[in-house]
Design a protein around this ligand. Sequence first.
Ligand code: FAD
Length: 404
Amino acid sequence: QSHHTVVIAGGGSAGIATAASILGRHPGLDIAIIEPADEHYYQPGWTMVGGGVFEKDETVRPEASVMPKGVTWLKAEVTGFDPENKAVEYADNGRVTYDVLVVAMGNRLAWEEIVGLEETLGRNGVTSNYRYDLAPYTWQLVQQTREGRALFTQPPMPIKCAGAPQKAMYLSCSEWEKRGVLGDIEVEFHNNGAVLFGVADYVPALMEYVERYGIDLNFGSTLTRVDGPAKKAYFATENGEVEREFDMLHVCPPQKGNPIVAASVLANDAGYAEVDQHTLQHVRYPDVFALGDCGSTPNAKTMAAARKQAPVAAVNALARLEGKPLKGNYDGYGSCPLTVERGKIVLAEFGYGGKLLPTFPKWVIDGTKATRAAWTLKVDVLPGIYWHAMLKGREWMARPIGGA
Ligand code: FAD
């Protein structure tokens, strides 16, 4: 059994950013990150891979290259939490104790909840930008499709990047429009929810594109089953099961709390680490903090949220170590750059309660409209901000810029 002052469970976007932020404030502090993966992903780039804008290799780096200097990397899977004894268990039979724990293990994509999906993903016209290896298949299908029917699905909330299912749809339509085949393709959006986007201010700009592309919107329609070889998808609706044939099917999988978190005493009933939505401190275990997609905070689960949460978690973890009152206060900021066409984005930025939190004055970027400036931000600026500022704890550079 080893001991570290700070243990961070998960070395994804939120975990690495928090470690870097802590070290920026307290160089040399003893931190261990428990993370089994060899690779670290910039997931917001996958929408762009599916839209033929980025190559998939641009969205991945070796995990070793993003580990902050001086951190101990425990390359293993966390298997359980024992907060009564301030300990974390990891494979195989590892155990580490801490003074402060930060949980940042992401959420879980529940592909298996859709019958027949896993065996046909990547074949038969069935794809998803939610997987690194499948995003290029989305672009391949977009290029191949010249006629027929394309279906895009959205599962129940919460999901990470709630706009991603429709981003894939708009970028596909934009390409088909450019090639003059959009009129021969029936495009349908099947959304479990009742609205196009959760914050009403952004809906008019999105509806303009829905109309322009001739998209058939289906609310309260939930994908339950796929028959890949027969190219049929089945939806649960209030009028019973609906069967749709397709040529292309883009699936956003249902999402759950991280299974290890969900099975632990840290979880709320929904399976997310139960923390205060402003301080990110666990409601029952004050030495534990959680952020990112595994946390219970009711913000939009996005990288942009993780970027704003990381310094809050860092400041409060350090305050806890020093026995001082917690100062960090997260306002629920999240962002969703909706790629409505190739070259334009509706940059949704909002906090708790759907309060608009735009980074820029309206004359630079009006987030409620589709703008070229927001596209430039997403394509040319934000990936660099991610790798060189967010993951390095350079918050002076990352803080004033919205989106991810
Ligand atoms: P992750 O980055 O997923 O990291 C979780 C880490 O925990 C991983 O490294 C994983 O290996 C590790 N882990 C899991 N289980 C264990 C375990 N048992 N033990 C140890 N480690 C474990 N956000 C935006 O802001 N803008 C966007 O445009 C955007 N677009 C997106 C498009 C797509 C297609 C997707 C999939 C996501 C998008 N997001 C976007 C969301 C964003 O990527 C996530 O919200 C963000 O990555 C959350 O960071 P995280 O650290 O909580 O989780």
